[in-house]
Design a protein around this ligand. Structure first.
Ligand SMILES: [Mg+2]
Length: 373
């Protein structure tokens, strides 16, 4: 029997180039910084997790650099000496030494799940209750580019049947200009593809009331987090007044936040990210609350690489509550990878791999090459 006691926790920051600059409301990323966390058991089994935030600390206050400090100095010491199959106990211990810091906690918790599953020679999804599906619909995010280029990219991806719905980032331009850009795209596509927008909490209540109706009119199928993180009541007001689906992302960073969204009827969909929530366990708890409230869940991304994406994919395929698809496209934005087998994206869906743990092996040469010195 494998000794599941954690012998060591190690971290390194990888800088992996992106296929193109990825524009957010307030920043543009050209490479993805990934904190790679490894957990090694006394029997020598190694599990991996990723600490990833979307383009730095602007989203939720954490970055690869802050996560490295939290893991090395505070989280690893309370995990070492415990067993990888004692996840709730380790999560409680982590709560005792770090408030919030959920992206960092997720990286370590996922590495524990990977090591535990590898030690048992089962996939991570088996530890989450087993698969209810072996793939999930996967939307694609378009970069900020001219209209004709957006139409060409959508047509190409639909012709290849890689994606069937598309997400557009908003919030970087003046609202009227931003809405006109999206409405023009919707008109050109004429219903051929589903369009969703993410405003990343950049609009105040007034701006949202003035400009959201035009997006609804244009046929946008889902509006993600238009208004500030803490203002759940404003999201609720919009959700009641406009005939469109709203998705809460920044406003749900814990199971309790999901409860608040449910109580206030603030959204029809919750963006569930293993990163922002603090890992697979908190992800499961969040989905349970959403399901009980009749809120759909979307398997969302912080632009994780292959390891973090697979963790979210195992959860999305083990929880029936993920009934609004996924945006687990992070690895497709990376110009190069650091695992030996790429994740399969086909027929508009992302597919679970076979094999123990998260289901991939690291390409150690690539890991060395991307490691920040
Ligand atoms: Mg979002």
């Amino acid at each position: 029997m494998s000794d599941l006691t954690i012998r060591s926790v190690e971290t390194r920051i990888l800088d992996v180039p992106l296929i193109r600059p990825h524009k957010f409301a307030t920043t543009t990323a050209t490479a993805q910084a990934i904190l790679l966390v490894s957990v090694t058991t006394e029997s020598g089994v190694v599990g991996y997790g990723e600490g990833v935030t979307p383009g730095g600390p602007w989203w939720g206050g954490e970055s690869a650099e802050t996560m490295q400090v939290l893991v090395e100095k505070y989280l690893a010491p309370v995990a070492v000496g415990r067993r990888v199959d004692e996840i709730p106990a380790v999560l409680e211990a982590m709560e005792g030494v770090v408030a919030r810091g959920r992206f960092a906690k997720a990286a370590l918790e996922i590495a524990m799940f990977d090591a535990w599953a590898r030690a048992l020679d089962v996939p991570v999804r088996s530890l989450l209750g087993g698969a209810v599906r072996d793939s999930i619909e996967c939307t694609w995010a378009l970069g900020a580019m001219p209209l004709e280029e957006m139409v060409a990219e959508i047509d190409e991806l639909m012709a290849a049947d890689r994606h069937r719905t598309f997400k557009l980032k908003m919030g970087a331009l003046e609202p009227a200009e931003d809405v006109a850009r999206i409405a023009a795209l919707a008109e050109r596509l004429n219903g051929r593809a589903g369009l969703r927008v993410d405003i990343n909490a950049r609009w105040d209540r007034f701006t949202a009331n003035v400009h959201l109706p035009a997006l609804v009119e244009a046929g946008i199928e889902l509006i993600e987090q238009p208004t500030p993180t803490e203002q759940v009541e404003v999201l609720a007001e919009l959700n009641r007044s406009l005939p469109v689906q709203f998705m809460a992302d920044e406003s749900v960073q814990s199971p309790h936040d999901a409860l608040e969204v449910a109580r206030r009827d603030a959204a029809g969909v919750i963006a569930v990210k293993t990163t922002k929530l603090g890992g697979l366990t908190r992800g499961k708890e969040t989905v349970a609350i959403a399901r009980a409230a009749g809120i759909a869940c979307h398997a969302a991304t912080s632009l994780e690489g292959p390891i973090g994406t697979l963790a979210s994919l195992h959860l999305a395929c083990a929880e029936p509550g993920f009934n609004y698809g996924s945006e687990l496209f992070g690895p497709l934005l990376l110009a190069e990878t650091y695992v030996t087998t790429p994740i399969r994206y086909e027929e508009g869906r992302v597919h679970l791999p076979e094999g123990p743990g998260l289901g991939v092996q690291l390409d150690h040469d690539a890991v060395e090459r991307f490691t920040r010195r």
